[in-house]
Design a binder for this molecule. Sequence first.
Ligand SMILES: *Cc1c(COP(=O)(O)O)cnc(C)c1O
Length: 209
Amino acid sequence: MSLPEVLAAIRQAEAASGREPGSARLVAVTKGQDFLSIERSVLKYGAFPLGEGRAQELRDKAAARPDLEWHFLGPLQRNKVKYLRPVTLVHSLEEIWQAEAIAQAAQSWGRAPDVLIQVHNGEVQKHGVDPEKLPGFYSSVRETGLTVRGLMVMAPEADEAQVRRVFEDTARRAHDLGLSELSMGMSGDYPLAVQAGSTLVRVGRSLFT
Ligand SMILES: *Cc1c(COP(=O)(O)O)cnc(C)c1O
């Protein structure tokens, strides 16, 4: 697919669920892609936020293109927090120490990235905060001074009905916490995610093949 085709599919899913056109934004996941492909497959269509999943790769790419908007969406280790300086949004916050370390580093950066809390999906992956613990985790993150904008979830490897349920549960949890951003949906499942209310769709492979 190409980026315009992905955008069209997003618009179609918005329309199918009675949502405003443009209420789901595309985050182009560029991990593993060089600037030639990023230029050809993403930037020639407009200024989309770029999502990176590895902290060192993010640091190097953002240093080369500080004019672009960078998001981080991978696992975050303590010694890599310093690489997040150019990032405007972290999608994958899952430990309180991460929030504390980002908030502390941000004092010397002069600004802090906003964050999304990654929610555990009960299945395929070990990452994310247990849904039961979300309200407590959310207030602890807020105490660090960071701005929490929403929740992120990765779909389990499961049938469509179960993926839909994970997206809908996450949307309900965000709503219950009064959070407006929902980072849900990847190449394999983003139309479903948009129908469930996703506001930030993280698509990689589909843009580059
Ligand atoms: C790689 C990645 C994506 C993009 O996945 P695709 O299947 O390439 O669309 C989205 N979110 C996260 C957290 C990722 O690591």
